[in-house]
Design a protein around this ligand. Structure first.
Ligand code: NAP
Length: 319
């Protein structure tokens, strides 16, 4: 089976590429910038030039491809690129996939998309889900919650840099996941016929409230966090006037998905079935505390190395 990964340079896409190569798939990556994507080539992937905003570049990338894994997205706070990449670009991709007789199209959506038509990214995600289902291309859709990787910027770095952490007042639980585990589900779906033409709510085995994540980071960093609380109703009010994505990057990163992710849904009820279908034991998944622990250990080692290098440089100057 030969795979075309779109968004291979991204947070999730690179994990998909790495694991697919390890499993022996032939992996081609549609990339906009060969230099930026050179690490994918070093791993063993084939790079082809393509840009979802340039529809004519898509069909040549699909020659000889069996399955598409689309992990691409624009920056959610830029409405124009959202329209060009996540809407028009994906429509062109679906059309090209139909012509190329693609046997599986994996698309990453988000939780509760149909309930948030007022949020541009959610509207286009829902629209693409519908178009894909109507396309007759065999598909698998994963509706995701947040990534562990995003929590570093949201919690760990502000604590380390003594900056405020913005959280909502509501204490709702969110099941974040490591992108390595999402990639595992994604690749497993290609081998399980039951996953054809299905939509899965993919969530981690444990849910977290923001206060628990803050406590964890405080312990690991040995520093207290400065927490700023924003009531969810203020967030909703502001979003109604300005749209989520006009918040400053810092706040929007933290809060843009707060409402979406904290909306009650039944995905946790189906989590058990999901693991069974994919034959993945929840204990195999990376836990958030282990993920943060590894991050802080690596960071502290790096800081020690920098200190050591500085001392050596000073010694050399004295000599
Ligand atoms: N992050 C989350 O918490 C979250 C939550 C729910 C769902 N998701 C979904 O999960 C998927 C992966 O998200 P992510 O956070 O891993 O994304 P990401 O890190 O922002 O990466 C986006 C990727 O899309 C590529 N891309 C952007 N514009 C493109 C274009 N015009 N043509 C071709 N490629 C283009 C980028 O390539 P360049 O390197 O060239 O920029 C990059 O490889 C997305 O569908 C996202 O909506 C994410």
């Amino acid at each position: 089976m030969s795979l075309l990964v779109i968004g291979g340079t991204g947070t999730l896409g690179r994990q998909v590429v790495l694991q697919a190569l390890t499993k022996g798939y032939q992996v081609r990556c549609l990339v906009r910038n060969f230099r930026k994507a050179s690490f994918l080539k070093e791993w063993g992937a084939e790079l082809v030039y393509g840009d979802l905003t340039k529809p004519e570049t898509i069909p040549p990338c699909l020659k000889g491809i069996t399955a598409i894994i689309d992990a691409s997205t624009s920056r959610a706070n830029e409405l124009e690129s959202l329209k060009k990449v996540d809407w028009e670009g994906k429509l062109s991709l679906i059309e090209a996939a139909k012509v190329a007789n693609i046997q599986r199209f994996v698309f990453f959506s988000a939780q509760n998309v149909e309930q948030f038509e007022n949020i541009p990214l959610m509207k286009v995600k829902n629209g693409i889900e519908i178009k894909l289902k109507e396309s007759s291309i065999p598909y698998t859709i994963f509706r995701l919650s947040g990534f562990y990787q995003g929590l570093i910027e949201q919690y760990a770095i502000p604590i380390l840099e003594n900056l405020p952490i913005w959280v909502t007042n509501e204490n709702r639980y969110i099941s974040y996941m490591d992108t390595q585990d999402i990639a595992k589900f994604c690749l497993r779906s290609l081998q399980i016929p039951q996953t054809k033409n299905q939509t899965f709510f993919l969530s981690g085995s444990k849910s977290w409230v923001s206060s628990e994540i803050i406590n964890l980071c405080e312990q690991l960093a040995g520093q207290r966090a400065k927490v700023q609380r924003v009531p969810l109703f203020i967030l909703k009010l502001v979003s109604r006037f300005f749209g989520f994505f006009e918040w400053g990057q810092n706040i929007s990163d933290r809060l843009a998905f707060a409402e979406i992710l904290t909306t009650e849904n039944n995905f946790s009820n189906s989590t058990f079935d999901l693991y069974k279908i994919f034959k993945i034991d929840p204990s195999e998944l990376i836990q958030l505390d282990d993920y943060f622990l590894e991050y802080f250990i690596r960071l502290l080692k790096r800081l020690r190395d920098i200190n050591f290098e500085d001392v050596q440089k000073q010694k050399n100057l004295v000599i």
